[in-house]
Ligand binder design. Structure first.
Ligand SMILES: [Cu+2]
Length: 151
């Protein structure tokens, strides 16, 4: 008798387990499908505003040598092809950063405590580099290069 009772119990346990797995799978699949996608710009048709700052990493090596690197932050931005983009770059670290965007005629300078505003529209997909001429390489306290991904 005990044996039969146990068996009934385990059948119920198995059925409950299968039910839980099925419901869980359906729930996770349906919630994955309804996962919201976000856009950087709030309204279509308006220009996309992206804010950056100039930053600095500083450290000391084991032998006491001071090393530093200036950076654009964020280091990678994504913009839409054919859409008007406004880059607002605020100078925090470093006195000034003369820059250009590779593959465009855009040039400018970011100064400490000031915001430099650049309007740009990329008509071709690809990855463009925002390069600080003063801090382009490790030897010159860089690489101060940001990547603009146009998609
Ligand atoms: Cu720089």
């Amino acid at each position: 008798m005990n044996f039969i009772v146990l068996k009934k119990g385990s059948i119920i346990a198995i059925l409950v387990t299968i039910l839980v797995i099925t419901v869980g799978t359906i729930w996770s699949l349906s919630s994955k499908n309804s996962y919201p996608t976000v856009s950087l710009s709030e309204k279509t048709g308006e220009k996309q505003v992206i804010q950056l700052v100039t930053g600095e990493f500083k450290s000391k090596t084991a032998d006491g040598k001071e090393i530093e690197a200036y950076r654009w932050d964020p280091g990678t931005i994504v913009v839409e092809k054919g859409k008007e983009v406004e880059l607002r770059i605020y100078g925090v670290n470093g006195m000034e950063h003369p820059f250009y965007i590779e593959g465009t005629d855009i040039k400018g300078t970011v100064k400490k405590g000031k915001e430099t505003v650049v309007d740009v529209t990329f008509s071709k997909e690809g990855t463009y580099r925002l390069i600080c001429e003063m801090h382009e390489t490790i030897e010159n306290n860089g690489p101060m290069i940001a990547y603009i991904v146009v998609d």
